[in-house]
Structures are given as structure tokens and as C-alpha cells.
Design a protein around this ligand. Structure first.
Ligand code: NAI
Length: 265
């Protein structure tokens, strides 16, 4: 897809690490100018440095996606700098404090995770949609999770926020389809990022467990998610809107199915 997004403008939140960074790099490699938004200054600036070293055009904007004024300023800065907004990837997220049954969840954890993972996506879409309506179209992708699609023991706070992201995505797709704006979500399975590494601390056997649960036999890479995000934004996906697309090596395909070989043993 090199060069296909030439002249286009992309905005990626949580672009200082993991899935967001891989997506920002790919948008740039595909020809788009990129606003790299993150709360973490070092990570965001490193992403910008990598894009520029690669010959691309990127600008870092420090933004807490849970802050309405930050998000409004992030979109405004993108338009001031690059003149428009064609692709928005609302991806910033945190894992919160997993490992608690619902009765043991702390209210502060609920509020923080929902402020970033759900309200942050709504705030992003609110301002991105206003700009896309002004210019007559655009594409949005939100990061949900495999956890959005099933019950998730000891991960209720995160799973509930991500289910909300799927709901917001589908509703936005319906509300804005006639305005030339497509809205989709990705639902990654277990992807090897800094977030995943932090989860290993709570659950040291998680990588092996997921590799075993995932039909393809391994966890995913940020680049494998980025490929899907950029494709969803591209004209190659022009008839795709309102989907919550699993990028999970088959993890969700057979939730109620026995693994291969069971029954013939
Ligand atoms: P990561 O920790 O590598 O990257 C997340 C980025 O978001 C970091 O750069 C962080 O500074 C930024 N961020 C956190 N809070 C922010 C805030 N309030 N405002 C702006 N930026 C903020 O994690 P990863 O894995 O790349 O996660 C990206 C998204 O993918 C998240 O929404 C996560 O929930 C989701 N996801 C990740 C999975 C995985 O296995 N790694 C699986 C399913 C979904």
C-alpha cells in the first residue's frame, strides 16, 4: 500500500507504544502525514523520530484522551498543522488493575479505566466526527478487544469498557454512514506489547496460556494489528463499516468448540 495514502492525514492516539506506534509508522509509510498523540512524551517523540528517519511527516501532540480539552486541542492541532483529518485511530488504553472479581473491584479502577478506554474513545470520535463532517468524509477505527466479545473473569472493568467501545463504534457507523464517514473497531487478541508485558507480572503464565488457546499457536504482533487498522482506513475497505473485527489468530472463532483432536482421543 506504499504511497496510497499520499496527501492524507492520520491521527493515532496511544501512538507512543505498541499497537498505536506500529499503526502510526504504517500510516506514514503508506504516505499519510501523522499526528502522534500520547500522554507519554518520550514514547510519542520516539515514534515521531522513527517516522521522520523513515522519510515521513509526523507531529507529536501530548494528549490525555480522558480530558475533553486535551482531545479537542489534539484534533484542532492536527487540522491547524495538516489542514484536514482523513483517518482517526482511537487506540489509547490501559489495562487497569486486573485480577479482581466484580465484588472486589475498586471504584477508582472502574473510573480510571472507563475514563481512558471508553470516554476517551467517545471524546475522540466527537471531535473527529465534527471535523470529518466539515470536510465531507473520513474514517475512524477504535481499539476494542477480544475481551469485549465474551465474559472476562477477573477483567470485568476492562471488558465492560471495551464492550462499550464496540457499541459506540456500531452506533457511530449507523449515525454517520450517509455522511461519508466509516467507523469500525478492531478486537485484538493477545498482542505482545508493553501492556502485555505488564500483564505478565500479574499472570506469569499468560503468554504460554494464550499461545495454547489461540488456534494459530502464538500471540500476535503490533504490526499485525496495524496492517488491519490501515486497511480498514483505506479505500480498499470502502464498503466496510460498523464491524468489530477480530485480529486474534482465531481466538474468538471457537469459543464454545473443543480443540482439534478432542473426540478422537
Ligand atoms: P501499550 O501500553 O504498549 O500502548 C498504550 C499507549 O497508550 C501508551 O503509549 C500509553 O502511554 C498510551 N496511553 C495510556 N493512557 C493514555 C491516555 N490517558 N491518553 C493518551 N495516551 C495514553 O499498549 P497496547 O497493547 O499497544 O494497547 C493499545 C490498545 O490496544 C489499548 O486500547 C489496549 O487496551 C488494546 N488492546 C491490547 C491488547 C494486547 O494484548 N496488547 C489486546 C486487546 C486490546
Amino acid at each position: 500500500m506504499a504511497g496510497q495514502m499520499k496527501g492524507k492525514v492520520a491521527l493515532v492516539t496511544g501512538a507512543g507504544s505498541g499497537i498505536g506506534r506500529a499503526s502510526a509508522l504504517l500510516f506514514a509509510r503508506t504516505g499519510a502525514k501523522v499526528t502522534v498523540a500520547d500522554l507519554a512524551v518520550d514514547g510519542g517523540e520516539e515514534t515521531v523520530r522513527r517516522i521522520r528517519d523513515d522519510g515521513g511527516d509526523a507531529t507529536f501532540v501530548r494528549c490525555d484522551v480522558a480530558s475533553a480539552s486535551d482531545v479537542e486541542a489534539m484534533v484542532a492541532r492536527t487540522v491547524e498543522t495538516y489542514g484536514r483529518l482523513d483517518y482517526a485511530f482511537n487506540n489509547a488504553g490501559i489495562e487497569g488493575t486486573p485480577g479482581h472479581l466484580i465484588a472486589d473491584v475498586q471504584e477508582e479502577d472502574w473510573d480510571r479505566v472507563h475514563a481512558i478506554n471508553l470516554k476517551g474513545v467517545w471524546l475522540g470520535m466527537k471531535h473527529e466526527l465534527r471535523q470529518m463532517l466539515r470536510q465531507g468524509g473520513g474514517t475512524i477505527v477504535n481499539t476494542a478487544s477480544a475481551a469485549a466479545l465474551v465474559g472476562w473473569p477477573e477483567g470485568s472493568v476492562y471488558a465492560a469498557a471495551k464492550s462499550g467501545v464496540v457499541s459506540l463504534t456500531k452506533t457511530a457507523a449507523l449515525e454517520y454512514a450517509s455522511k461519508g464517514i466509516r467507523v469500525n473497531a478492531v478486537c485484538p487478541g493477545f498482542i505482545h506489547t508493553a501492556m502485555a508485558e505488564r500483564m505478565f507480572v500479574t499472570y506469569p503464565t499468560l503468554p504460554q496460556l494464550y499461545a495454547k488457546m489461540t488456534p494459530t499457536g502464538r500471540v500476535g504482533t503490533p504490526e499485525e494489528v496495524a496492517d488491519v487498522v490501515v486497511w480498514l482506513c483505506s479505500d480498499a475497505a470502502s464498503f466496510v463499516t460498523g464491524v468489530a473485527l477480530s485480529v486474534d489468530g482465531g481466538l474468538m472463532a471457537g469459543q464454545a468448540a473443543p480443540p482439534v483432536g478432542v473426540g478422537s482421543e
